[in-house]
Design a protein around this ligand. Structure first.
Ligand code: FES
Length: 324
């Protein structure tokens, strides 16, 4: 039996810089079967209703990454997102261009910044010319070594992660989730000779601007889980360089801080993150907080279940192994 059609209301972002003074949302309603991909619906609008609608696509199979856009406020691939579930959940389908990239026209964005950040991480292996690959072998890695980055090659560079990232919105210098996930891929590749240099270079340039909101991982259509790759990079960066950046000092300070009582000692955390001079700079704010909440300055009492926390710390910091 043929699937029954439903009425699907669309609100599509329309804007042409230089021509329109402001953006607007154009309404269209189509009768479609629920499993229709949103890209197919947009192409139908363009073919039958409005040939001026600007959008980008190519494979229509979730492979090329061209059709990423905001669908009901989430970064998604239009070719794999079906109309039925969206209408059932939101009652309509609002389609907007990706965020954090300037609009060229309607749903088409300028991806220059996204690609510039990608190129900055030098996304290619830096091999040691004195250790050439074994003759006739494509790789000299073990399966376990490949496993460490096996999710990253799934990336189709759709920029859905970049669009979802609040750090990329707040700071144009942030490399973005895809660039950092790709950096991780080379930083754990045993054939690459520039691990330390890559990690040292990325720290002051924004690794620690990642807020760990995991929105990139939620947006990624290929389960690359960029936020987990960024977490791994942070651990590697601390191992190589120590806690030298504001973000790494805060992360290490936070971990050490909880050890005693299971609750934060705020004063100690500020000192660990900003140092004594930084504390002096924050004196005014500290006094204002103390007036509202004096207990914040008291030494925190041990929480119940501290023994559980101690087990976690013991697993995180195993005692050094005895010598051979
Ligand atoms: S058109 Fe290629 S991923 Fe959607």
């Amino acid at each position: 039996m043929p699937e029954e059609k439903i009425s699907v209301p669309f609100e599509v972002y329309r804007y042409q810089p230089g021509k329109d003074t402001t953006a607007r949302y154009q309404k269209y309603t189509l009768d479609l079967v629920p499993h229709t991909p949103i890209l197919t619906a947009l192409l139908q609008i363009r073919a039958e209703v409005d040939p001026s609608l600007g959008l980008r696509y190519s494979c229509r199979s979730a492979i090329c990454g061209s059709c990423a856009m905001q669908i009901n406020s989430k970064s998604r691939l239009a070719c794999e997102t079906q109309v039925g579930p969206e209408v059932a959940r939101h009652g309509r389908i609002v389609v907007e261009p990706m965020r954090n990239q300037p609009v060229i026209r309607d749903l088409i964005v300028d991806q220059s910044r996204f690609w510039e950040e990608y190129n900055k991480i030098e996304p290619h292996l830096k091999l040691d010319p004195r250790r050439p690959m074994p003759e006739g072998k494509a790789t000299s890695m073990t399966p376990a070594q490949v496993d460490r980055f096996k999710e990253v090659p799934r990336c189709i560079a759709c920029a859905a992660c970049y669009s979802a990232c609040p750090a990329a919105e707040a700071d144009p210098g942030f490399p973005g989730p895809m660039a950092l996930a790709k950096l991780y891929r080379f930083a754990v590749d045993p054939r690459d000779t520039a691990h330390e240099e890559r990690l040292r270079r990325i720290q002051p340039n924004g690794l620690w601007l990642c807020l760990r909101c995991h929105l990139c991982t939620e947006a990624c259509p290929k389960d690359v889980r960029p936020s987990e790759r960024i977490r791994d990079l942070k651990e590697m960066a601390i191992a190589v360089q120590g806690a030298t950046e504001l973000g790494s000092r805060h992360a290490v300070g936070f971990k050490e801080n909880l050890k005693g009582a299971g609750q934060l000692n705020e004063m100690k955390l500020v000192r660990a993150t900003d140092g004594l001079l930084g504390m002096v700079g924050q004196l005014g704010q500290g006094i204002r907080i103390y007036r509202k909440k004096p207990e914040i300055m008291k030494k925190p009492r041990k929480i119940e279940g501290m023994d559980e926390l101690e087990k976690i710390y013991a697993a995180l910091d195993p005692p050094p192994k005895e010598g051979p």
